[in-house]
Design a protein around this ligand. Sequence first.
Ligand code: NAP
Length: 294
Amino acid sequence: MATERKHLLFFLTTDPHPSPFDINMAYDAGFHAVIPYGNVTEESGALLVQDIIFSRGPKGAKFTALFIGGNDVELAERIRETAVKNMFPPFQVSMMIDPKGAYTTAVALVAKVDKALGGLKKKRVAIPGATGPVGRVGATLCVKLGSEVLIGSRQLAAAERLAHQLSERTGGVIKGAQMATDEDKISQLRDADVILTTGKAGVQMVSETVLKTLPRGKVVADVNAVPPTGIHGLSANDDLKEIAPGIKGIGALAVGVLKYDVEMEMLETIRTADTFMILDENTALEIARRRLSA
Ligand SMILES: NC(=O)c1ccc[n+]([C@@H]2O[C@H](COP(=O)([O-])OP(=O)(O)OC[C@H]3O[C@@H](n4cnc5c(N)ncnc54)[C@H](OP(=O)(O)O)[C@@H]3O)[C@@H](O)[C@H]2O)c1
């Protein structure tokens, strides 16, 4: 070997443009090079993985890692499965999956609320804007932690379709509801113990009118840092601040700091791993909970 081994991260994404956010983080986590591939499918993913694992030989495997991302969470999961199927000892490289940042973001969001309430078991969680990657992963995590979940969308059919799909997959209680207007939200959100807003960046999901009608005793949390934030009166840095009588809020940057730490630890772990490992939302949740209890 002419030169010392470089740490390489192969970034396979379902999107046309690999996310600069994840590329920046990977360099900051110490990778010498991040090699992005866009529009990856199961078929092209399989071919890429074969080229990745064989060229550096068994000793090169620990200097090589794989990151699977993209907006299409289900396709990213299938690419993960394909990647695993196409590797075998000693040609295995460690990998992490975080489609559109949704695993680490949803984990940070849910872990913060879980800690604030001393657990999510038997809590009623409502998620306006749940049809995006962060919302759907957040719904799955809440069910896993014992909550009943109400998924919201502007389209009733989209909410019901996703609720059905996620309840079949998780075996948990997930329902769908239309949350398009203030009137919809006033009736759908009042009984929730927890409201998680996971709407598109720059879109307010809970208005002042809706907030004023909510009964006391709720925790609300948001992931949208682009003004206006997802919940009226909630600033991105708020961390369990009372934003209305009896309603405490966690803002997007309070969530984002934990998300950043979790993603960074996952990247550093796959960069330095001596043995083959796969890091996903379960690993992310363990890391988030450990960090929050430290
Ligand atoms: N804090 C962090 O660390 C962090 C990290 C990553 C992402 N984020 C943020 O997380 C949020 C969710 O990301 P994502 O990728 O899952 O979201 P997304 O796919 O961009 O949007 C989520 C949902 O928002 C709803 N929506 C879109 N436009 C709307 C509008 N005009 N009015 C009301 N609802 C609307 C849509 O639901 P329907 O069409 O079904 O109504 C959509 O499925 C974003 O705000 C993103 O910036 C935060």
